[in-house]
Design a protein around this ligand. Structure first.
Ligand code: COA
Length: 351
């Protein structure tokens, strides 16, 4: 464990005071998929590391997952929705095109706090964290950042090249002010020159839904797997190195590496290029599949639940997704539930 006495360079005056997650009850294994698709457990495991994924119930949408994760994160921080200044939902699978998902989540949590969505695909949580920490730094007391996705709703269940990769879920983090700064520096990047590498070709304003679109099934997610793979490895490696350099830290200063859980081979390649020890890498892709913007906060919550995070630990987060988009940051881990204590009126404190 590295409990640096001084903040790293370029941190934002904010910290994570609580985290939470939610996974739908239904688990679909590789063998389950092999019943309905021309695939098998061995192909999926060796190519991706995925063994199972959670899938939304018919009556659930992305906001339902986000609400549950948000509630869990607030409880973990010892706060309620009444304390929240702003809610950010990172998602690429919103309940509706209009309105955003965040206002629906805010209403269900019982607040009229500002609420908006961020769409940076699988990098969405890193983007949400960047916006949320900036808001805390400029006066917001409590920002709830949620990554939530129902990816299985936009994947063609008959297309084996993508149907085996994705899962559903949500993870959330509560951000509060922290003078010393326990998040950052950040690196965010995007390259939109070829969005067709990973996209839903139709169903948006360029080609709205029509009988033809439904007929050719082009409203479902498609991907050029090899190109995505190469870009994911290169971008997450470079972005991770950049934040370490900006912080003045070495890879050995990182206690836990929590990368976007798209594919075990991608994670392993990034880890290897960074020179990160295997035992310092947290892996959930085997259990969750690729949950896009939910993957990093879900993995963070899973690491905490597994006892892999100790106060003072330095955690490296990195993600990559459609766009292309990517992002990385460092987090110094704090004990949960301390936000409420920080907010206590000092005159009511007992000796
Ligand atoms: N089950 C069985 N066979 C499958 C299959 C499946 N689910 N999906 C594809 N195949 C077949 C292909 O049809 C192809 O068959 P062919 O050789 O007869 O044409 C063969 O397997 C190899 O396909 P290929 O696409 O070359 O496999 P790959 O080794 O490149 O692995 C991915 C495919 C998708 C696993 C890999 O490209 C990848 O991980 N890409 C990144 C995906 C990702 O993480 N996206 C999200 C990023 S945010």
């Amino acid at each position: 464990m590295t409990a640096a006495a001084t903040p790293w360079r370029a941190t934002v005056p904010a910290r994570i005071a609580g985290i939470g997650s939610y996974l739908p009850d239904r688990v679909v294994t590789n063998d389950d998929l092999a019943q309905v698709l021309d695939t098998n457990d061995e192909w999926i495991r060796t190519r991706t590391g995925i063994r199972q994924r959670h899938v939304v119930a018919p009556e659930q949408a992305t906001s339902d997952l986000a609400i549950a994760a948000g509630e869990a994160a607030l409880a973990d921080a010892g706060l309620t929705a009444a304390d929240v200044s702003t809610i950010i939902v990172a998602t690429t699978t919103p309940d509706h095109t209009v309105p955003g998902t965040a206002p629906i989540v805010a209403a269900a949590l019982g607040t009229e706090a500002g609420a908006f969505d961020v769409n940076a695909a699988c990098s969405g949580f890193l983007y949400g964290l960047r916006v949320g920490t900036a808001m805390v730094a400029t006066g917001d007391d409590v920002v709830l950042v949620i990554g939530a996705e129902a990816l299985t709703r936009i994947v063609d269940p008959t297309d084996r090249s993508v149907a085996v990769l994705f899962g559903d879920g949500a993870g959330a983090a509560v951000l509060v002010p922290d003078e010393q700064g326990a998040i950052g520096p950040f690196d965010l990047g995007a390259d939109g020159q070829d969005p067709s590498m990973l996209w839903t070709c139709t169903g948006g304003t360029r080609t709205p839904v029509s009988p033809e679109v439904l007929e050719d099934r082009s409203h479902f997610l498609t991907m050029r797997g090899g190109d995505v793979y190469r870009n994911a490895v290169a971008r997450m490696t470079a972005s991770s190195k950049l934040v370490l350099e900006r912080a003045g830290l070495d890879v050995d200063d990182v206690d836990l590496f929590v990368g976007h859980q798209a594919n075990l081979r991608i994670l392993e390649a990034v880890r290897g290029r960074l020179g990160m020890a295997e035992e310092r890498t947290h892996v959930t892709v085997d259990q969750h599949g690729n949950t896009s913007a939910a993957s990093v906060p879900l993995a963070l919550a899973d690491a905490r639940d597994a006892g892999r995070l100790t106060p003072g630990d330095t955690v490296l987060l990195t993600a990559f997704g459609a766009g292309l988009t990517w992002g990385s940051t460092l987090v110094r881990w704090h004990p949960s539930g301390t936000a409420a204590a920080d907010q206590q009126d000092p005159t009511t404190e007992t000796a």
